[in-house]
Write a protein that binds this ligand. Structure first.
Ligand code: SAM
Length: 267
């Protein structure tokens, strides 16, 4: 029997659609750029893990930083390359992209800032993967360096939604084909592994290349706040701030997300 194909990266195969879906997501771009401006001297080196199609990368480059981006997805890296090539020369020459896995990479350099934006940490599914990634982050950080990332706040009502219904239904036109599509999602949450097994449905409504509903699987590991702080602590990170959003609001029961700044403990 042929081995089962790993489909965890399928969500990142239609890169134009990805960029279209998240075109209005700017708070994180502004946040990571402002963080770098506040923490680092001009033109410093930044490592961006899971850089994807380069949304955050371009924001950092535009502020004059040198950015090394790492991602597992070839299509995402190609899209990042394209976006960066459209920046003015003085910015685009400061970017380096690598294909690699965040749990196992060695760039043989250290950075004063490592960022991992937009729930990418939720692609770490087991404790072994989390620990391996945090180990890599630590070994790529300078002693005073900062690790900044954001994940979602687990929403108990959302986790328990009926997996047989479709949620968040919206209509849109595919940015390349112009075909009218309906988007919806559902998921099963496994409380033992804390992984949400999500399905994204793209249903054709009008004529176009998509003839039947495309179902894209997506797996997200959910992190509860105290658990996340413990994982960071036992992996050698001091949590300097743990907020509810990019504006710095206090983490409470109304939070949708968790935005963290950490530093390696001093030995
Ligand atoms: C939600 S996207 C975020 C992309 C980008 N940071 C942004 O803000 O738009 C998650 C990214 O993580 C990448 N990714 C998932 N697992 C990975 C792994 N093990 N190592 C490196 N990249 C990974 C995916 O290819 C995807 O580009």
């Amino acid at each position: 029997m042929a081995p089962k194909r790993d489909r965890t990266q399928d969500h990142y195969s239609d890169v134009v659609l990805y960029d279209y879906e998240y075109r209005r997501r700017r708070d994180d771009v502004n946040y990571y750029a402002a963080l770098a401006m506040g923490e680092l001297p001009p033109e410093s080196e930044i490592l961006e893990l899971c850089c994807g199609s380069g949304r955050i990368t371009r924001g950092l480059l535009r502020k004059g930083f040198h950015v090394t981006g790492l991602d597992l997805s070839e299509p995402m890296l190609q899209q990042a390359k394209l976006g960066i090539s459209r920046l003015p020369k003085r910015f685009r020459d400061n970017a380096t992209l690598h294909k690699g896995n965040m749990i196992d990479f060695d760039l043989k350099r250290k950075f004063p800032l490592v960022v991992m934006a937009f729930n990418s940490f939720e692609h770490l599914y087991s404790r072994a993967e989390i620990e391996a990634c945090l180990q890599q982050v630590k070994s790529h950080l300078t002693p005073e360096g900062v690790f900044a990332f954001d994940v979602q706040m687990p929403d108990l009502a959302w986790l328990l939604k009926d997996p047989d219904k479709r949620w968040a239904r919206t209509k849109f036109k595919h940015p390349v084909t112009g075909q009218e599509l309906a988007y919806s999602t559902n998921h099963e949450y496994d409380p033992v592994t804390q992984i949400a097994h999500i399905r994204l449905y793209y249903e054709p409504l009008g004529d176009g290349p998509l003839k039947e509903t495309r179902v894209v699987p997506l797996r997200q590991r959910k992190f509860f706040p105290a658990e996340l702080r413990a994982l960071l602590h036992y992996s050698g990170f001091e949590v300097c701030s743990h907020n509810a959003d990019f504006a710095g609001d206090k983490l409470d029961e109304f939070a949708d997300s968790q935005v963290l700044l950490c530093r390696p403990y001093k030995l």
